[in-house]
Design a protein around this ligand. Sequence first.
Ligand SMILES: [Zn+2]
Length: 268
Amino acid sequence: MPEGHTIHRAARLQSKRFVGTELRVSSPQGRFDEGASLLDVHAVTEIDAWGKHLFYRWDHGHTLHVHLGLFGKFRIHADDPPPPTDGTRLRMVSERGTLYLSGPTDCRVIDPEEEDRIVSDLGPDPLRKKTHVSAVEHIETYLGRRTVPIGAALLDQSVICGIGNVYRAEILFRLGINPHIESRRLEAGDVQRIWDESVTQLRLGERNGRIVTTEPEDVGRRRRSDIARGERTYVYKRRGEPCRRCGTEIERADMKGRKIWWCPSCQP
Ligand SMILES: [Zn+2]
């Protein structure tokens, strides 16, 4: 599933092509015909990302909500787009490009009340500057009495939003926090460290368009840009392989239906 950095990057890059200009909107697949007809020949004024949610605000007051879920995918073509596939739910065309969206969990025109409801269920987003002030307090309040393991809590979008399976494992590794620790038993300052690390890592991911959490020196490289494909994570999908810092075998477990990886030595 795309994590928050992908969604924020999509908002930033799509804004350049689709904001402020009249769009042709259609649904080649047909499942979004009604919504598309509400939006066709109008302009988007803003594309806003919140965690894994995208909100496209239109000049006539409508909002399009998109959540990619597990299988959703955007394809952007600067010019000469290929014909849409059978599964293309949404097509948006401006003079600066064509967007195809297929397989989203959600692609609907929503009213302001529904947008409020979606956003109010979300915890602070490390990629939204305005949420930073009380973010740590929010997360601490939420986790303060919870027995849920911190590894699972980080996937709960109402605690902190935008973190998915890769980042949760990697952030906890980088901080030396064992994913099985009960949230309420975190040490003082841990929530602040988790928040700060989330901001750092998701920003890097947003800028680069991919998740690279390893430091060059830990994978025998001199520069971040030299890090190879198989060297981008410390623990994610590395069960049985040696820890990049201490050589201990990386472990894996099921945690509330999702797999989590950790180093038993670096994350005691
Ligand atoms: Zn280790």
